[in-house]
Design a binder for this molecule. Structure first.
Ligand code: HEC
Ligand code: HEC
Length: 458
């Protein structure tokens, strides 16, 4: 149906009826005025693309030198590691989850691969997780020739049907995880936190938000009388040797992108660096033997820095369809039903030394980077630093509407259990339960469509 025809019908129906959320200009006169200069998704880093490559462009505002460094980082990000000895990119494993950054973050989005962070009860160093004897921080499902993988992660799903107002239903898949074929006994009290990768766009901007801003968000949420009370995660900075505000990963466990990147080389690929010089899974005899296979460390600090710079300097795609009345109505609903409290539309960065392109920007990430209790259905039962099993960091929503095109799937939430935006919303609980219930029971089917149309414009 054309927009005009739809409006004509709606006008006709409106005689004597209060029409809410019809999506026509005629009915949106009460909507808040839209700023004539709306905040661009990535501030000056924003790029114009709505294609399957939309997450792969450098920030629009890079200097020539920065662009060169970005391109070196791109090479590092795409490099596929092989087992040593090898002429280039040796040092994979001995145990690993995948062989390149790109494999888990295809086209800089997220793959379907689920990997499990593992620990056992009790505190580890600096209040972080305590590792499982004989295993690394991530359960490694692969190994190079001559070595055993640590174990297999098995997942099965059962369906759960949810009803929504207006006679609609949705089917959620409820996952259940188990560890099988462990190379040595896997303790029955070990805790597993299944995760899929996150898109890597716009991360320099998030890194450049001052810690004081995140603390202010938390204070503001605590002062409100709604259910939302986000908190910062305080985590260990391995280079600075001090506790800092965490912001990366599904539970905000990495304080910087450099630490996240060094951790990815180490724990996801089994590649050592000067930042993480000891082979992953220390305590497992075959791993120690493997150390002597290659010249350690297996990548230089420069390579870690280049890969880090790459994710700090990717552009964020501009929003699309912002003039569509359905999208605009959905944007209003996003705030009205309480989504914007956690998925904060805008943010301002301070200065990030070495990445001028992300410094002092105003941008629209749709996150507060804080931890929130998301209820029992989403818990992994595995605390890490200040994050309890039920707590997760609000993920940014920029680029959300392009992800299915880029990735070939639209799996959402920390373990990819949701297969659409609507399913992801219906899984929200805990602090987000009031917002979810408004979505589920108060909105009409058409309003839900408007909200999703808005989210797809991001
Ligand atoms: C085996 C799969 C895998 C590989 C290989 C991998 N990643 Fe990741 N990546 C993940 C997962 C899973 C997460 C979420 C981690 C968490 O929640 O702690 C993640 C998170 C990230 C984040 C944080 C994003 C955010 O929004 O907080 C960055 C940055 C990142 N990866 C960069 C890299 C880089 C750089 C490499 C290569 C050096 C790499 N990754 C290799 C799976 C992978
Ligand atoms: C209390 C804070 C909070 C509120 C309120 C909230 N969210 Fe979320 N949202 C989160 C967190 C935390 C996650 C990640 C949960 C997980 O992965 O287990 C999330 C995940 C998502 C995702 C999936 C993102 C991804 O990359 O996988 C979408 C989409 C989303 N939220 C949309 C919404 C919408 C729409 C609303 C309003 C109906 C809403 N959220 C309300 C905190 C919140």
């Amino acid at each position: 149906m054309t927009e005009d025809l739809r409006c004509a019908i709606a006008l006709f129906l409106a005689a004597g009826l209060a029409v809410v959320g019809s999506g026509c200009d005629a009915f949106t006169s009460n909507a808040p005025e839209r700023p004539s200069d709306p905040v661009r998704a990535g501030g000056e880093t924003t790029i114009e693309s709505a294609t399957a490559n939309a997450f792969t462009f450098p920030s629009a505002n890079l200097s020539e030198d920065a662009l060169e460094k970005h391109q070196a980082g791109d090479v590092a990000f795409e490099a596929t590691f092989v087992s040593a000895p090898a002429a280039v990119n040796g040092g994979l494993g001995p145990a690993f989850s995948n062989a390149s950054c790109e494999a888990c973050h295809p086209a800089n989005g997220r793959s379907r691969q689920i990997l499990a962070h593992i620990s056992q009860p009790g505190g580890g160093p600096h209040g972080g997780p305590k590792s499982v004897d004989g295993f690394g921080p991530t359960l490694e499902e692969h190994a190079i020739v001559g070595y055993e993988n640590e174990a297999d992660l098995n997942v099965t799903y059962r369906d759960s049907v949810v009803s929504l107002s207006g006679g609609e239903t949705a089917t959620l898949r409820v996952p259940s995880y188990s560890v099988e074929n462990a190379y040595r006994p896997f303790p029955s009290n070990a805790m597993i936190s299944p995760r899929t990768a996150l898109p890597v766009i716009g991360l320099g901007l998030l890194e450049a938000i001052p810690p004081s801003t995140l603390r202010r968000y938390a204070r503001e949420q605590a002062a409100d009388d709604d259910a939302v009370t986000g908190e910062v995660n305080m985590v260990w900075n391995e280079t600075e040797q001090e506790m800092q505000v965490g912001r990366f990963g599904w539970k905000a466990t990495a304080p910087t992108l450099r630490q996240q990147t060094a951790g990815a080389y180490h724990s996801d690929m089994g590649v050592t660096s000067p930042l993480r010089p000891t082979e992953n899974g220390a305590g497992q005899p075959p791993h120690e033997e493997a150390d002597s296979l290659d010249n350690d460390p297996e990548v230089t600090a420069q390579t870690v820095d280049e890969a880090t710079f790459y994710v700090q300097s990717l552009g964020v795609p501009a929003r699309r369809n912002t003039d569509d009345p359905m999208v605009q109505r959905g944007e209003d609903l996003f705030t009205e039903i309480g989504c914007a409290t956690c998925h904060r539309p805008t943010a301002e960065s301070g200065r990030l030394e070495s990445v001028p392109s992300v410094s002092t920007q105003r941008f629209a990430p749709y996150t507060d980077l804080l931890l929130h209790d998301m209820g029992p259905a989403l818990t992994d039962g595995r605390p890490t630093f200040d994050a309890s099993g039920r707590e997760w960091r609000t993920p940014p929503l920029w680029g959300l509407g392009l992800r299915d095109l880029i990735q070939g799937h639209n799996e959402l939430l920390h373990d990819g259990r949701a297969q659409s935006i609507r399913e992801a919303i219906l899984w929200h609980g805990g602090e987000a339960e009031p917002a979810r219930e408004r979505f589920r029971t108060k909105l009409t089917p058409e309003e839900r469509d408007n909200l999703v149309a808005f989210l797809r414009s991001l």
